[in-house]
Design a protein around this ligand. Structure first.
Ligand code: PRP
Ligand code: URA
Length: 213
């Protein structure tokens, strides 16, 4: 697993506003959307392309277009949904799969409640999106689902990560497949409840409100 921490003043600025507990949901959603656009620039650096010729008004130009099969973007519900528009805006030809994972707040284990992934991901570039990488349980489960369906090229895009979670992903996934994790910031630690510190709180609740269990 390869870790890439984005380092850009605009990203740092927007993450700071996200962390602020007084930032209301509409602004929070907008910032998540803007951040994923900035992170996607890095995350898609190795998106597969093929040569493509177009006629300009003057002549022929050789360019590139995204190769087939189209990449697949997989938001981890709920909070990952907040990053979906930003990703599909950059790769409109991408297909979208869905994984619903809910962390059991007692055991901190990820519980799967929805899985709408294609059975066969052989040859597909996969982009997993979830704002928070805390204990790593949810992201590891999501990566496993894609690897067991034949994916070998998986890029995870997260906003905040805890060092403990990154290490767990590293241990559990190791060198199986070409797995990259792109994050806006690596925070200090996890607290006893498995929350990222300083973090931003519960990303799903801040995006969509509190629904309870
Ligand atoms: C959050 C977050 C991740 C997960 C991270 O989702 O969006 O999916 O927790 O925690 P982990 O690294 O310890 O697994 P949550 O389970 O709260 O569900 P939600 O998106 O529906 O709020
Ligand atoms: N999930 C969140 O939404 N926030 C955290 O800090 C940890 C897990």
């Amino acid at each position: 697993m390869e870790l890439h921490v984005a380092d850009h003043p605009l990203i740092r600025h927007k993450v700071t506003v996200l962390r602020d507990k007084t930032t209301p949901s509409p602004t929070f959603r907008l910032l998540v959307d803007e951040l994923v656009t900035l992170l996607a620039y890095e995350a898609t650096r190795q998106v597969r392309v093929v040569e493509h010729e177009v006629e300009t008004p003057l002549t022929t130009a050789i360019g590139t277009k995204i190769a087939d099969p189209a990449p697949i973007i997989v938001p981890i519900l709920r909070a990952g949904l907040g990053m979906l528009d930003g990703m599909t805006r950059l790769i409109p030809s991408a297909e979208v799969g869905f994984l619903g994972l809910k962390r059991d707040e007692e055991t901190l284990e990820a519980v799967t409640y929805a899985n709408r992934l294609p059975d066969d991901l052989t040859g597909r570039q996969v982009f997993l999106i979830d704002p928070m990488l805390a204990t790593g349980g949810s992201l590891i489960a999501a990566i496993e689902y894609t690897l067991e369906r034949g994916a070998t090229d998986v890029t995870c895009v997260c906003l905040l990560a805890a060092p403990e979670g990154i290490e767990k992903v590293q241990q559990e996934i190791g060198d199986r497949g070409d797995v990259k994790v792109v994050v806006a910031h690596v925070d200090e630690k996890l607290n006893e409840q498995g929350y990222i510190v300083p973090g931003l709180g519960d990303a799903g609740d801040r995006l969509y409100g509190i629904i309870g269990d």
